[in-house]
Design a protein around this ligand. Structure first.
Ligand code: BGC
Ligand code: ZN
Length: 366
């Protein structure tokens, strides 16, 4: 089969045509035809060989972790999934030690670090014609999401962040989920796919939402933000340390989707009482950045601030991501479609990896 393969030792990425076709492995296996695979920053890091690991004994691994597929065959023990169903797959698989997190299917919280990730770490990914997966990692998607279902995985980042935020907000004794009484203003850092999906989610959850990012004059992004009703704060005009004032002087929660440390910490330092700051980006390795840590520590304590990082997602987040895409599809049909700015044939995979265009680039596999 054709596949986009990463050869970490040879340091090359190429389209191969002899990747073996997978067969059903057990009664609970599902075979899927891959329709689309999204490309993100992680894929770019993998293709510059800064990240990523092939399965043991294999000279290469197939790229791709943001999937959208059609089921073509199911094992005898599969009841809920049928051929013809549309589906997306999760990314992470449990560690061999079966740590307490992996044991309960929450390998997104794996303790050992020996988890595997399809298309990233020790497992082949989805940029190939056919794949097989156990039913527990396959999530069916309603037909009406056909054009946007490839956004499911990037949205799970925010779904997991939001789930944890919901728990954390309960620390305020007066917090009432229904009226969103203790957290009202949300600031998203970054207007890439994760940032804009996070913005849509926060709007849906009733937050006054602001997006701080470079990109002034990017008509497509500005239109999406206008359509969903968020305020764009261009980083070209507003310094990170001044970002609170265009947010009405107060931000309750920040979702970082930028992967840039300096801006993030400048925003963190500008925050006020009880603010929650959630990191989702992975910064590229850079030279050390000087920073006044004593001041940061003092502010965190004296202002009851909370900072946490989050990676990957659990089964509930895949389900809520699909449910939220359905809500986006009703509420902002144009804007959510606008996130996918290029669909590219598998033969042309190198283009969007070397030179991403627009917001989300998607490889059309079948
Ligand atoms: C993926 C996650 C993965 C993380 C770290 C992200 O791009 O979306 O599923 O856990 O990279 O490898
Ligand atoms: Zn990704």
């Amino acid at each position: 089969m054709r596949a986009v393969a990463v050869f970490p030792t040879e340091k090359k990425v190429s389209l191969i045509d002899d990747h073996p076709e997978p067969a059903l492995e057990s009664p609970t296996s599902v075979k899927l035809k891959v329709l689309e695979v999204g490309i993100c920053g992680t894929d770019r890091e993998i293709c510059t060989f800064e990240y990523g690991e092939a399965p043991p004994q294999s000279p290469y691994f197939v790229l791709g972790h943001e999937s959208f597929c059609e089921v073509i065959e199911v094992g005898s023990g599969v009841q809920q999934i049928k051929p013809g169903d549309l589906a997306v797959l999760s990314v992470r698989r449990p560690c061999p030690e079966m740590c307490p997190a992996c044991r309960v299917g929450r390998q997104d919280f794996c303790y050992t670090g020996d988890f595997k990730e399809r298309g990233i770490k020790k497992l082949h990914g989805f940029m190939t014609e056919l794949i097989v997966e156990d039913q527990q990692y396959v999530y069916t998607v309603p037909r009406e999401l056909r054009e946007i279902a490839v956004l499911t995985e990037p949205l799970t980042v925010t779904e997991k962040a939001f789930d944890q935020l919901s728990t954390v907000r309960e620390r305020m004794p007066w917090h009432d989920r229904a009226s969103n009484s203790s957290t009202r203003n949300a600031l998203i850092l970054g207007a890439g796919p994760v940032g804009l999906l996070a913005a849509m989610k926060m709007v849906l959850e009733g937050f006054n939402t602001f997006v701080y990012s470079l990109g002034k004059g990017d008509a497509a992004k500005e239109k999406i933000m206008k359509d969903i009703g968020v305020t764009f704060i261009p980083a070209e005009d507003v310094k990170a340390s001044d970002v609170l004032s265009p947010c009405g002087g107060h931000v309750d929660v920040v979702i970082e989707a930028l992967g840039a440390a300096t801006v993030s910490f400048e925003v963190l330092q500008a925050l006020e009482q009880n603010a929650i700051f959630i990191f989702t980006g992975v910064p590229g390795r850079k030279a050390p950045i000087p920073f006044d840590l004593s001041d940061l520590m003092k502010e965190l304590v004296l202002k009851n601030q909370l900072v946490f990082g989050t990676v990957n997602a659990g089964p509930a987040h895949f389900r809520s991501s699909i449910a939220d895409l359905e809500r986006f599809n009703v509420r902002f049909p144009q804007a959510v479609r606008g996130l996918i700015t290029a669909r590219i044939a598998m033969e042309q995979f190198a283009g969007p990896i070397d030179q991403p265009v627009g917001i989300k680039n998607v490889i059309q596999v079948n």
